[in-house]
Design a protein. Sequence first.
Length: 133
Amino acid sequence: MRAFAKQAVRRKTVSRTTPRIVRSVRAPKMQSMSVEQVKSMKPNRRFVAPLILFGALICQLYVRVSIIEQGYRVEELRRNILSADEQLRQLQLDAAYIARPQRLSEIAANSFGLVRTSPQNVRIVEVVSGNRG
């Protein structure tokens, strides 16, 4: 076991001046790569910062567009509320007009033939408390 670990350590340590073959310790069947190929696989720092800035700008743009869309939705809901309030006010006026006592007495007289009772036709009935029946 120790000999294998020492070989793995030796394989990992590569001189910077001489191109040597680097093999993976975990997957020995992988294709061999030189040190230059391994170094070239690292992300180039020149491109990382602009990519991060670009991503941040895209996120900021998304947030701003979302805020504007929410503002449009709020305005549409506000207009709907004003329209519903106006409709409610109109319906309340119509209900007050329909329930007017003068109008109701006209409809009762003309449509149903009802007339106002005179005070002589009104009789007061007294209810005696106690046994009912």
